[in-house]
Design a protein around this ligand. Sequence first.
Ligand code: NG1
Length: 474
Amino acid sequence: MSFEDSDYISANIVPIRDLPADLRQSERIQRILNEYQKHFGQSCRPLFLVRVPGRVNLIGEHIDYCGYSVLPMAIEQDIMMAVGPNDKSGQIHLANVDNQYPDVTINVMDLEFPKSIKWYHYFLCGYKGIVDKYCSMDVQSENQQQFPSINVIVHGTIPAASGLSSSSAMVCSSALSTLIAYHQSIFKISTPIPKLDIALLCTKCERYIGTDSGGMDQAIAMLAEKGSAKIIDFIPQLNATNVDLPDGVCWFIAHCGISMQKAVTAHYNTRVAETRLAAAIIARKLKIAGYKLGDQLWVVQQASAIPLAEMGEHLSSIFDLEKEFYTKSDICSILGIDTNEMEKTFLSRVSEPIEEFKLYQRAKHVYDEAYRVQEFRRICDTTKDVEHLGQLMIESHESCRDLYECSSPQLDELVALALENGAIGSRLTGAGWGGCTVSLVYEENAQDFETILSKNCKFVCRTNPSGGAIIYQI
Ligand code: NG1
């Protein structure tokens, strides 16, 4: 494993730096390096340390997979992986500093993604995504058994299943670890790979685990810059732009006590399917030319030429508001397709049978939320009116709770507690159904706010925009 360091130091490329002395001496890094030797042998040395942050989404929930922009920032909590060679071949040796996650050795010839997901499957997503992209199938089948084995130890500080994107941090760090380990010896890559490409690839490969991830988490993990939140656009192509948050306020993340592993429930993919079905019905009712079954909500809104600000209202003339939900047969008869085609196109990734589809409610959330993101950004760029930002966050939470039904009683209580104790705005962040809230608080109230919240929940922290993925040479 060796790298042309200078090639990688560019704004578009994941930076590779020498591990600074103060970081090397830190308790955490010392622990990771010690554990590496404990797990892989005293003579083993890692060559690289990969760091990928988690994220908190300030606004724009469940709209990335509909093609709409979101506004997250990277957080200080992260995944670190120490990566080094091993004298065998064709194996990945994975360990975790946290001993609730047992060591595992995987033969690179048999990467599987079973229904019951273990911690290391997120690593395998990144590994497989990179190998499939940069190594032809011929080379893989002839040589995979000879691929140099790697040792990887993981240390994470992002609470798992909490809406802070620990899964994507794991997938992105594994993609970078694989790239750094194999880029010359196996992939023969001579030019550095842009961060954007890695983010897109990681979005695709996280889907091996079963969730139809929208791309926000992988994008912010790769593209974040210290000190700035980002607006992430997906259309016409992936792009991240700095957003200047107002001064005099701070951001708090708090955990509601309930975790939600979105890959083991059908909630997330059900919502993805409902948004696509809603798009199909809108397209049919508005006679959108060029619409293809399965297109996202942004496609029909753009083709309809109805401004985003009005789209939510417009839906009441498209959907039957008397109906709380649509059935499969309602949908098939509107779309003029049979159940087979409907299931194949829209439901193949949903792991549980669904009979009731709330289409108006999901589409209304998506269009209104997408507009709230635009407003949030406009305010950050102009008036910096924090009360207005707080109001948008409150509306976002209400919409997630009532229309998208991705909140939980514990999240609602935590949002209420935050608002009763001085938060200007508070909302669930990430996929929801458990996990964390994000709250906007005046600087002068921060201390009291933190004291009260910490009495009531297991994890509270003030957070500042952190930097994106980085690789250190050890
Ligand atoms: P988290 O909170 O990490 O489960 C998920 C999706 C995002 C986005 C949000 C909801 C993945 C990896 N992440 O985030 O793309 O859709 O939910 O806004 O699936």
